[in-house]
Design a protein around this ligand. Structure first.
Ligand code: AMP
Ligand code: GLY
Length: 423
């Protein structure tokens, strides 16, 4: 098979790495990919603009692609899956309507309320003064979420009325996220521990992956601004098999059934961002895709051929497949450019990539080859450095021993990824 992966981050490098090991696959194309994906033995990067779905279709037809996998949410929101399906090109991911579970927080909240899926109590507003009244009438902290996609920046947990009002005004009046702020969801603040629990679904059957934890803040001790994710590990010790089963039964299965009943059957990866509260797991958000950086620590634990899983999803045969996971733990740390998630410089040579131990997986994100054949930084998140081990502690030690060998100007990374699991 010839497989095309859409995207350019470390998540897509991890997908390409895993798919290149499939017995079914002879070539993996990544559009547009990064320096890491072009180094895969059977890999090749294809220049692409992800907003131009017509060109992506042309690429897929020209290359006689047998299977497409979509990494990021933006093309899903644009209906890439519907458009490829119309051309008869097999593509893994939810349709535009099904992806609303991520692309509209108002849709997701209404769905969860209608089908009694545990989540924070809250209300959707499309009117600024009604939303303001709700904020003034409700206790703090309060959580304000822009309805649409906002590159992970659309959520404010407000501890004062001033912060809440500023967030609402920025979203609905100043329109800092554009149309994504036409509506908002305002909800209660939930205390607990966060976990990302992803599942494959073929529209009927739901098969969970192993759980992972993500670190969204830029700096140690969860300080600094929110980022796309600075590290991840799997499995989180606190999320035991009882909690996993509870989540499958009360959240994942009901969500897939609900989408079917609403006329938008859900095929692809359903990512539940959960808060494990004293009352059990509750949904903070759904995503319609693999998580980044969760994928970089989940796929190294997957023993089953990923292409078999993706095909079972497309053929609605997930119930016939047994998916196997390694009991090993996995830890991934993101190396970022100084200034990220704000302004940062790129174009610095990366050294030491060849100097890491053999069992270390380095997934590239913002990297590119220079004309001199060297690898340069080309983004805010540059690499996810990943190791597996018998325990989280082993995996963590390996990653942190290897990280200092890789250097580039302005490089920074968190020192506390998975630390709470070993203390
Ligand atoms: P989201 O993009 O909806 O996952 O929100 C981003 C982050 O905001 C989450 O990872 C949580 O840390 C936090 N968050 C979102 N909703 C809530 C909530 N209801 N209670 C507490 N924290 C929340
Ligand atoms: N790790 C968060 C996300 O993929 O949205």
């Amino acid at each position: 098979m010839r497989v095309l992966i859409i995207g350019s981050g470390a998540r897509e490098h991890a997908l390409a790495w895993k798919i290149s090991q499939s017995l079914h696959v002879k070539k993996v194309y990544v559009a547009p990919g990064n320096a890491g994906t072009s180094l895969i033995e059977i890999g090749r990067n294809i220049p692409a603009d992800l907003r131009d779905i017509d060109s992506l279709i042309k690429v897929a037809l020209d290359l006689k692609i047998d299977l497409v996998i979509v990494g990021p949410e933006a093309p899903l929101a644009m209906g890439i899956v519907d458009q490829f399906q119309r051309q008869g090109i097999p593509i893994f991911g939810p349709t535009q309507n099904a992806a609303r579970i991520e692309t509209s927080k108002v849709f997701a909240k209404h769905l969860m309320q209608k089908y009694s899926i545990p989540c924070a109590r809250g209300t959707a507003f499309s009117n600024y003064s009604d939303a303001m009244k709700y904020i003034l009438d409700h206790p703090l902290p309060v959580v304000i979420k822009a309805d649409g996609l906002a590159a992970g920046k659309g959520v404010t947990v407000a501890f004062t009325k001033e912060e809440a009002i500023a967030a609402l005004t920025n979203i609905m009046k100043k329109k800092i996220f554009g149309d994504a702020g036409d509506s908002v969801v305002i909800e209660e603040w939930l205390a607990g521990r966060e976990v990302s629990f992803l599942a494959f679904s073929d529209g009927k059957t739901v098969v969970p992956m192993v759980p992972a934890c993500d670190y969204k803040r830029a700096f140690d001790n969860d300080e600094g601004p929110n980022t796309g994710g600075m590290g991840s590990y799997s499995p989180p010790g606190f999320f035991d098999s009882k909690l996993m089963n509870q989540t499958v039964e009360t959240i994942l299965k009901p969500a897939i059934e609900a989408m079917d009943k609403e006329g938008s059957p859900y095929k692809g990866v359903l990512y539940a961002g959960l808060m494990v509260t004293a009352d059990g797991p509750k949904v903070l958000e759904f995503n319609a895709r693999f998580g980044d950086p969760e994928t970089q620590v989940i796929l190294p634990r997957l023993k089953t051929d990923l292409v078999d899983i993706l095909l079972a999803v497309l053929n609605a045969e997930l119930d016939r497949l047994t998916i196997e996971w390694s009991p090993d733990a996995c830890v991934g740390v993101v190396m970022a450019s100084q200034g990220y998630p704000g302004n940062y410089k790129t174009g610095f040579p990366i050294s030491g990539l060849d100097g890491v131990d053999r069992n270390i997986l380095v997934f590239h994100a913002g990297t590119r080859f220079g004309e001199d054949g060297k690898i340069y930084t080309a983004g805010g998140r540059v690499l996810t450095v990943t190791a597996t081990g018998k325990t989280i502690s082993d995996a963590r030690d390996k990653v942190y021993q290897n990280l200092p060998r890789i250097t580039f100007e302005g490089c920074y990374y968190r020192k506390d990824i998975a630390l709470r699991e070993v203390n």
